[in-house]
Each structure stands twice: as C-alpha cells, then as structure tokens.
Ligand binder design. Structure first.
Ligand SMILES: C=C(O[C@@H]1C=C(C(=O)O)C=C[C@H]1O)C(=O)O
Length: 444
C-alpha cells in the first residue's frame, strides 16, 4: 500500500511536485477512511475538499504565527513545479489558535496535537467543484516528481474501488460537564458587565465549554456528513492532525476571502432562536432587528471590521444589515466587501481581522485580557481562523465556531455570546445552548 505521509520530507525548503487528473469524487466518508492523518475536509457552497497525508507541514506558535506561516508557505510554493487548473491547484489547509499564547499541550489534553498554527500541503487532495472533480497529489524531496506521479496513478485507481464505509449513528452521551457551570457563568457575566459599566471595555465575547462523555467512540466524518445535510449554507470543516483528536464544525461565519484584490468578509453578531411557526419566526426576527442590545453588539463588529480593513482597502462597501437564518438560530449579518489597493496575502487580512469583536470584543486587547482572566478552559482553535490559501495568497478563512474537538469517547463543544452593558446572564446562557445544538444534535 502506498503511504501518504512524506515522513522524511514533511518540512519546507524542499522541491515540491504536484500532479493532477480528473476523477469521480468518492463519498467523503469512504475517502476519509482510506487516507492517513493529517486529514482534512473543507466544504463551502462552491466546493467540497477532502484531503490528507502531509507532503509538507508548516507549524508556528506565538504572535508571529501568521507571518511565519506566510513566509514558510511562500518558500514552499516557490518550488512547486506544475501549473494546475484552478480547482486542482495545490493549497495549504489548516488553522490558528485563538490566542497568541496557545501551544500544543501534548499528552492527553483536549487540544493535544494542535499547535499555535498548523497548515498542511496534502499528499492527496480531492476537490469536487463545478464542473467535476480533481485529484491532486503532492510530494516533496529529491525524487518528488516521480513520487507525485506514482501517487497519482495509485490513487486514481484506488478512488475507483474504495470500499463503502457504513455510517455510524450518533454515539450517544452518557455525561455532560459545563465549564463554567451555570452559577459561575452568572457571576462571570455580572463581572464582565461591571467592567463594561466602569468604561474598561464596550463588548466582550465570553464562551463556555461543554464536555460530553460519549457512549460509543465518535466518528467525526459521520458527524460532519450529517452537519452538511442540516447546515448546507455553512462552512463544514474538519482538521485531524497527525496525533490527537479531530476539530470539526459547521460555521456560518466567514472571516475573510481574498481573490486577487477583492475581499469579502462580514459582521455576524446578535442572535435569537427560530420560531415554531412562520409567524413566530418572523416575530423573533423583528425582535432581533429592533433590539437595541443586539444592534449595538452588531454595530461594534461592523465598525471594528471597517477600521481593521481601512489600511488595506481602496474602497469598502457595506451591504444592508440582514437576518441570517440557520436551522436553529438567527443572526444579524452585514456583508462587507473591499477592493484592495494592491494584492495582499489572505493571511495579512486574517491577522488584521482576527479576532473580530464577534468572537473577541472591543477594545480588542481589553477584551482578550477579560477572556484570559475569566474563562476557565482552553479555547484552543475554537473561534479562530480555519481555512485554506494558495500560492497566489488567495484563500478563504471561516471563524471556527459551532465546533467541537473530539477524540474517542469524548467531545468538547464550545459556544460563546457577546456581552454588552445590558446583557442578561440567563438570556446569554440560553443563547449558548442554541449554539451547541448543531453539534450536540449529531451526538445524541
Ligand atoms: C461566539 C459564537 O458566535 C458568535 C457570537 C454571536 C452573538 O454573540 O450573537 C453570533 C455569531 C457569532 O459571531 C459561537 O457560536 O460560539
């Protein structure tokens, strides 16, 4: 059997060869079962990508991690030796930790295997887009061209005869632990609103972690496939490093897309549930639209994103504020587009925007300090940028919310809520429960 990991060449600075051909895309579940870690899935409205094995890996920690990844990736892509059709071009996939301070905790910690940033050039990448699907293989090292070709031949044949993997049902939950528990959450929110009233900050997003003991080991690919059915308009992502658990989710929030000099981003903040009937649903939407608290929370995000984009952009267009309806929750959303004065790497925009006050707060530093002093769990990659970029510096990053990190019989889910001066701890608690639902519904 052909090995997908370039164990001895999984580093930058070696020539990279890529090869591609058209294929029939196999089901996500079957392909994921056939490839080695690191494994990843990225799905948005226009494409579905399943990839794995590492031809090269870029890892970084600390506040410089965005810049380090960009530099190492640029060096890596410089050695790529083939022109590819758009859909088949090689890309790096991965994500960042929420805070500068996060490093891989190792051992059996929740976030073991997840450093401050990690991006993978997959040995095998299958992209299903319109029209058709492509297999791309990559290899590094002295005989890279030969190995990329061998790999392509091997996987072209193998994709045609992948065994069908049966889906597992939800694993079931035997126990749930909340960090913080409800009483402590109340106190956290009171302390946060006190800081806001004292004028230290305007908004902070505080989160909670829900750790579920599972009755059976979880199969993340099954959860992801089901999430795709329930949340087709969201970005579905999965990142499974070489060792450790899987981080996956179905997030409605785009952090940023860069295509040449065009930037697409959005403010997504302010939440309310869905109604049982059309009338109730519309009533809830109007409550959200008319709520001073929610519009204030939302406007902070819009204003801050506009400020963060200004140094890069020649022109910024803010669309009309609208309601984004998901299966279980509705949000206020404002689309934002910008034309860049010159070409920037998507990671420059990622670094400038993360964290927006949709998941951090305002002013950003004070909010991060409040999060650090308040939250009792490690955010890891939750609420941080996950996505991909290519050799031109184009790419798409989502905000990794509605997500969980899971391993065997344990899944840790995350949910956060924007706290402003008039936030009510009970209402915010209820909002967290809505935000767990996408993943939780697939586990029980
Ligand atoms: C932080 C989360 O969601 C964010 C916070 C929102 C809010 O406070 O209304 C809405 C959407 C997201 O930007 C989460 O889902 O965990």
């Amino acid at each position: 059997m052909e090995s997908t990991g370039d164990e001895h060449a999984a580093q930058t600075g070696r020539p990279v060869a890529v090869r591609n051909c058209r294929v029939e895309a196999p089901p996500t579940r079957d392909l994921l079962a056939a490839i080695e870690t690191p494994r990843l899935v990225w799905t948005d409205r226009s494409e579905r990508i399943v990839a794995g094995g590492a031809a090269a890996t870029v890892t970084a920690d600390g506040s410089e991690r965005f810049e380090t990844v960009r530099q190492q990736a640029t060096a890596l892509f410089e050695t790529v030796s083939v022109d590819s059709p758009e859909a088949a071009r090689p890309r790096l996939y991965g994500g960042f930790a929420f805070t500068d301070a996060h490093t891989d905790p190792g051992g059996d910690a929740t976030w073991a295997g997840f450093p401050g940033a990690q991006f993978v050039l997959p040995a095998i990448q299958v992209v299903e887009a319109d029209p058709g699907a492509w297999l791309t293989t990559a290899a590094t090292g002295a005989d890279a061209t030969q190995r990329a070709e061998t790999r392509l031949d091997h996987w072209r044949d193998r994709l045609e005869e992948l065994p069908a993997v049966e889906s597992t049902g939800p694993p079931g939950i035997s126990e749930k632990t909340y960090a913080p528990p409800r009483a402590d959450w109340q106190r956290e929110i009171q302390e946060a609103t006190a800081r806001i009233e004292q004028g230290h900050l305007q908004k902070v997003v505080l989160a909670q972690a829900l750790t579920a003991r599972l009755s059976e080991p979880v199969t993340p690919s099954d959860v992801l496939v089901r999430l795709g059915e329930s949340y087709p308009d969201c970005f579905q992502f999965l990142f499974e490093p070489e060792t450790g658990g899987s981080f996956f989710g179905a997030t409605p929030e785009r952090l940023v897309s860069v295509d040449g000099t065009t930037v697409e981003t959005e403010a997504l903040a302010g939440s309310i549930g869905r109604g049982e009937t059309t009338e109730e649903d519309e009533w809830l939407a109007s409550q959200l639209r008319d709520s001073d608290k929610n519009t204030h929370e939302h406007d902070i995000v819009v204003e801050t994103i506009l400020d963060q984009l200004a140094p890069f952009a020649d022109d910024i267009t803010t669309g009309a504020r609208q309601i984004r309806k998901l299966a279980n929750v509705q949000h206020l959303q404002t689309p934002i587009r910008a034309d860049l004065g010159e070409e920037y790497h998507v990671l420059d925009l990622v670094e400038a925007l993360h964290p927006t006050p949709a998941v951090g707060g305002l002013p950003p530093e004070r909010a991060l300090e409040t999060i650090r002093e308040t939250e009792v769990f490690d955010r890891g990659w939750y609420a941080a940028p996950v996505g991909w970029f290519d050799a031109d510096g184009d790419g798409t990053f989502s905000v990794a919310i509605r997500s969980a990190v899971a391993c065997e019989r344990q899944a840790t889910l995350f949910a956060g809520a924007g706290i402003v001066a008039d936030s009510d701890p009970d209402q915010e608690y209820d909002e967290l429960q809505l935000k767990y639902r996408p993943i939780l519904d697939e586990l029980v």
